[in-house]
Structure formats: C-alpha cells, structure tokens
Design a protein around this ligand. Structure first.
Ligand code: 13P
Ligand code: SF4
Length: 294
C-alpha cells in the first residue's frame, strides 16, 4: 500500500509531512501535522527532522524553508501554487511604499518570498487583526487579499489600504449567497467577500474553525471555505456533521498534491524548495516579527 511505502521512507529519511487543512483527505490522514498557515509556520520552525515534505502550496513551503535554511524542504508538485500570492509583485509593493511613505506594509503569508522581503511584517488570517493593531503606524498597506483587508478594516481604527485593490482568491469568491445552506452553524473564512462573511455565525481562519467546533456543543456546521476543510474537521470530530458551503470551492493548487506525488517526492528527494539568501534574510525578518506578535 502506498501509505505503508510513504511511512517506511519517511522513517528512513528522518522526514516529516506537514499538511494544510485544504489537502485531500487521504493526504491529511498520512500527515504528521495538519494545520492552518500560522500553525504550520510555527511547527516548521520547531522541527528537528532532516526533511520537511510540505503538502500545501508553494508560499507555505517557502515559508518553511525561510524559517529552516539548513533543512531540506520538499514540495511534491511544482504546480502547487496560489494564484493570489503570485499576483502581487515585489515591484508593486515598492510602488505603493513610494506612494504612502508613512504607512506600514503588512503582507498576508499568501505572497511570494520576494514580496515578503519588502514587507514590515507578515500575517495570516488567524492573526491579521492582532498584527495590524500591534503597529505604531496609523496607515497600513495590506495585501494581497483585498477581502481580508476589508475584514481587518472592520476591526481596527487604522486606515487600511488594500495592496492591490483588486487582489482576491478565486476559491473564496466563488460562493453564491443564495446557495449556501443555512441549516447549521455557518463558519466563513475571512478571505470571502463581505456579503458572504455577513452570513456567518463565525468568521475564522481554518485553524480558528477547528477551535470553534472544539468549543461548541452544536452538531451540524456549514463550512464556507475550500471544500476539503470538511475533511480536516471530520478527521478531528467524527461525531459531528460538516457540509461544504458549496462543492465547487476547490483550490486547484492544493489539489496538485497526491499520495503518489508525496511518495515520489520522498523517493527522489524532489522538488527541493530554494529561496536565495538575500531574499530569505529580509523575508525571515517579516515572518519572525509576526511569530513574535501572535
Ligand atoms: P488559513 O491560514 O486560514 O489556513 O488560510 C490559508 C489559505 O490559503 C486560505 O485560502
Ligand atoms: Fe491561494 Fe485561495 Fe488556494 Fe488559499 S484557497 S491557497 S488563497 S488560491
């Protein structure tokens, strides 16, 4: 069985598998650790394995590499990428900085290493409000997700300027408010547009959703984010019921990771994630500052 082969190789190589909550169910089940982007970044910082296999998209694997320059970080598919992260170039960040010289730059971890190198601090959806409120500046350039920027604006006195105004995730923008079931507790990811967030009983990161269910007595939850989040919740809480906000909310980048790909990644030690030290050094400062704040 492929699961057995992965387990054997993993032990031989002193490797660990980290999986994001949007991974296919079978991938989440063989992972050593599952989590949201903040939990996985923290975990990556405190591992003593020689190899980290990252079952997630490229910016997450890059973050793990930046925090672990001496370890081998492998991503099983080069096509596992986040379109929203790729949308914001480092040059665009510099351009906004020139335009707003007194503003701080907060970048969502869903960004390239090059863009992070231009940021004062990074954030995830779990800590965005806390990160923004920790800064001394009254104005904050926040990107690349303009929906998350508008969510943060609802929870801060500071002026939030989305960088760029049109940045957003196609998965979280695919929900139709009339199609979302309402016969349960509705949990919505903050990457969704305001009209969808307003339908939620709770707005939370994927890790926040896990914590919310753990502390709730309710039995049935509607999960308004990438559809395989339901897999993570079922794994954690087999006695509750989870319904995706809609089945079509699929992150194609996340789905590039398969059990077969993980096996090949371990066997052939590929694809090794590399971040030039000149970029990594500056990006690391922004990521570590976030880890200190939250
Ligand atoms: P989380 O940090 O909530 O897991 O979100 C990551 C992500 O890519 C959402 O689309
Ligand atoms: Fe990027 Fe959206 Fe996929 Fe998250 S769900 S990794 S933001 S494309």
């Amino acid at each position: 069985m492929i699961e057995e082969k992965i387990k054997r190789l993993k032990e031989e190589m002193n490797a660990v598998i980290l999986a994001h909550n949007y991974q296919r169910g079978e991938v989440q089940r063989i992972a050593d650790f599952r989590g949201d982007s903040l939990e996985l970044a923290r975990k990556a910082k405190n591992l003593d394995a020689e190899y980290i296999v990252f079952a997630g998209v490229d910016f997450m694997a890059e973050t793990a590499k930046i925090l672990n320059p001496d370890k081998h970080v492998l991503i099983p598919s080069r096509a596992a990428t986040c379109e929203m992260a790729n949308y914001l170039s480092a040059e665009r960040v510099r351009e906004f900085r020139r335009k707003y010289p007194d503003a701080a730059v907060v970048l969502y971890v869903n960004s390239t290493a090059e863009a992070k190198a231009e940021a004062d601090i990074t954030c995830t959806s779990a800590n965005a409000i806390k990160v923004v409120n920790s800064l001394p500046n009254d104005t904050v350039l926040f990107g690349p997700d303009s929906n998350l920027a508008s969510y943060v604006q609802e929870h801060t006195e500071k002026r939030i300027i989305p960088l760029p105004p049109e940045g957003r995730c196609y998965v979280h923008n695919s929900f139709d408010p009339d199609e979302i079931p309402r016969d349960g507790i509705v949990m919505v990811h903050p990457e969704c547009p305001k009209e969808i967030r307003d339908l939620g009983d709770v707005v939370a990161s994927t890790g926040g959703m896990v914590k919310f269910v753990r502390n709730s007595r309710e039995k049935r939850f509607i999960v308004v984010t990438e559809r395989d989040m339901v897999e993570r919740l079922k794994l954690e809480f087999p006695d509750r019921e989870f319904v995706p906000g809609w089945q079509g909310a699929t992150c194609l980048g996340m789905k590039k990771i398969t059990l077969e790909g993980i096996y090949r990644s371990l066997r052939d030690k590929k694809y090794e994630v590399m971040v030039p030290e000149e970029i990594a050094k500056r990006a690391r400062r922004a990521i570590e500052r976030m880890l200190e704040v939250s």
